[in-house]
Write a protein that binds this ligand. Structure first.
Ligand code: AMP
Ligand code: MG
Length: 506
């Protein structure tokens, strides 16, 4: 009995999948089903995202739906595959990585006509698992759920989380942990590393098929714009660079540190993907690194705008044979396009900084003004999020300067800067109330601070208590709206809540 959403009951759950990647040649993936788990239990279902995907939340929450979300049952329409990819990890190349613990159930076209991958992460071993167990632990699954959804409401392109299910099975890391499966939704799971996989095998035919698939799926305007269509792979490189430049600028503007910017974690669609060791900064310090394995600080906050073009250079290398038959000409073209990253990134960053500072117009001195605030923040251990948030209040009325000054060890550093800021604001006609509204709409009050996330995970893992998780999700769902009763969620960590470390992909 099928209903509007394409799901059918009671004879089985079916999704209205329309799988295009699974129709690419066999060497693009391994075809296999998830490995069933002992006792699936639904921990969280993203109702709004389910509806966006045209799925009925009631069906997903039913025992049959939960069996699908756990990997115990293949829904009708699914053609499950683990994708092949390669990648540079911390600068070193692995010609074969691939979905070692993830399986793509299929693609759905959502209510806005956007094609979305629906993937189970933690769904058991695949031919790409190497020494891994193919599983995910509950903590990292909940963490990805929280942070990816927070990124989404902050307006930052990201993979999303449709559901979290516990497996009733232990996973072994340094210690025994409860296991879980995350249902991840992405524009696609195609990465720079997917191109590298075929480039490493000199498989030009596959590279061309993959590039054409990506253009049709993510950059269809290349087909219709005559100038782009004349050189589609050049246009593709340009578009991917543009999306990455904007993405990393958005990370910088909220103090987000991805933590593992390997080429296999660089999405061709320009989404934030792989929430392993990521974290938001509290005190502003450009050198901040959270990942326990990133001992060199390769993926530190301030390095992100340098690492992105490094990853994109690796992407460009895979495209060389498609750009021009003459390899020197291809290289020259690729370098010319790659060089545009800087201006694209700088433009997106400066536009964002202007919004954060409440500037409606452009002035040649704005970049220096913003940079000087950031320097003062770094020197004075100012909280990144609260400084910008409270600056919005100060824009409405200088009486609120006190809230910003509080963030600075030496508040005179802020006062000196504030004189210049106010002089600059004086060149614009907006009143303080309008400026505060504009600033509060871009400077969040609530972000998934590490100490908050850790407390939520501890409650879930140690006490099977999901009330703190639900409350944090409710707070993060509206990050720009100050609400009574949630003041503690805006606060930076104190004492032993700081000094946070994250652990990769476990
Ligand atoms: P990540 O660090 O999460 O980007 O993963 C890097 C590579 O390791 C990818 O190929 C993953 O599929 C694989 N991987 C990570 N964790 C596991 C695991 N528990 N079992 C199998 N493969 C894994
Ligand atoms: Mg990854």
């Amino acid at each position: 009995m099928a209903n509007d959403s394409g799901l059918s009951l009671p004879d089985g759950v079916a999704f209205p999948f329309d799988n295009t990647y699974a129709r690419l040649p066999e060497r693009f993936y391994a075809r296999l089903a998830p490995t069933p788990v002992a006792v699936p239990r639904l921990l969280k279902l993203n109702l709004a995202l389910a509806r966006q995907l045209g799925l009925d939340p009631d069906v997903l929450a039913s025992p049959e739906g939960v069996a699908v979300l756990a990997g115990n049952r293949i829904p009708g329409g699914s053609d499950p595959i683990a994708l092949a990819y390669a990648g540079h990890q911390f600068g070193g190349f692995s010609p074969q990585l691939g979905d070692g613990r993830a399986i793509l159930l299929g693609e759905l076209v959502d209510r806005d006509g956007v094609r979305r991958d629906v993937q189970l992460k933690g769904s058991g071993p695949t031919p790409f698992s190497r020494r891994g167990d193919g599983r995910a632990a509950l903590g990292p699954v909940l963490r990805e759920y929280i942070v990816s959804e927070a990124m989404f409401v902050l307006g930052i392109p990201t993979t999303r989380s449709l559901a979290a299910v516990s497996t009733g099975e232990p996973v072994w890391r340094e210690t025994e942990l409860p296991g879980a499966v995350l249902t991840r939704v992405a524009s696609s799971h195609i990465r720079v590393g997917t191109f590298q996989f075929f480039a490493a095998r000199s498989d030009l035919e596959a590279l061309r098929l993959l590039a054409d698939h990506v253009i049709d799926r993510h950059y269809p305007q290349i087909r219709t714009d005559p100038a782009a269509a004349a050189h589609p792979y050049r246009a593709l490189f340009e578009q991917v660079i543009d999306r990455q430049a904007r993405l990393v600028a958005q990370w910088m503007l909220v103090g987000f540190i991805h933590g593992v910017m390997n080429t296999d974690n660089t999405s061709i669609a320009g989404e934030t993907i792989d929430y392993g060791p990521c974290a938001f900064m509290d005190d502003y310090d450009p050198a901040t690194v959270f990942s326990s394995i990133d001992t060199q600080g390769r993926y530190a906050y301030a390095n992100q705008p340098r690492i992105a073009p490094w990853n994109l250079a690796r992407f460009g290398e895979t495209l060389l044979p498609l750009l021009d038959d003459d390899s020197d000409a291809a290289l020259a073209q690729a370098n010319e396009i790659l060089a545009t990253f800087q201006s694209r990134f700088a433009g997106a960053l400066l536009a964002g900084l202007r919004r954060k500072l409440g500037l409606f117009t452009e002035d040649a001195g704005d970049a220096v003004l913003a940079d000087d605030l950031l320097k003062a923040m770094a020197a004075n251990h100012a909280d990144f999020t609260l400084t910008f948030r409270r600056l919005g209040d100060a824009a409405a009325d200088p009486v609120h300067d006190a809230g910003v000054r509080d963030q600075f060890l030496d508040s005179a550093a802020f006062d000196a800067w504030a004189v210049r800021w106010r002089a600059r604001l004086g060149h614009e006609s907006q009143d303080g109330i309008a400026r505060r509204a504009a600033m509060h709409a871009v400077n969040p009050l609530y972000i998934p601070r590490n100490h908050l996330v850790e407390a939520v995970l501890a409650a879930a893992i140690e006490r099977d208590d999901y009330a703190p998780f639900e409350e944090l999700m409710a707070v993060l769902a509206r990050p720009f709206d100050e609400r009574p009763g949630f003041a503690a969620y805006a606060e930076p960590p104190v004492g032993d809540q700081s000094g946070y470390k994250t652990f990769c992909g476990t």
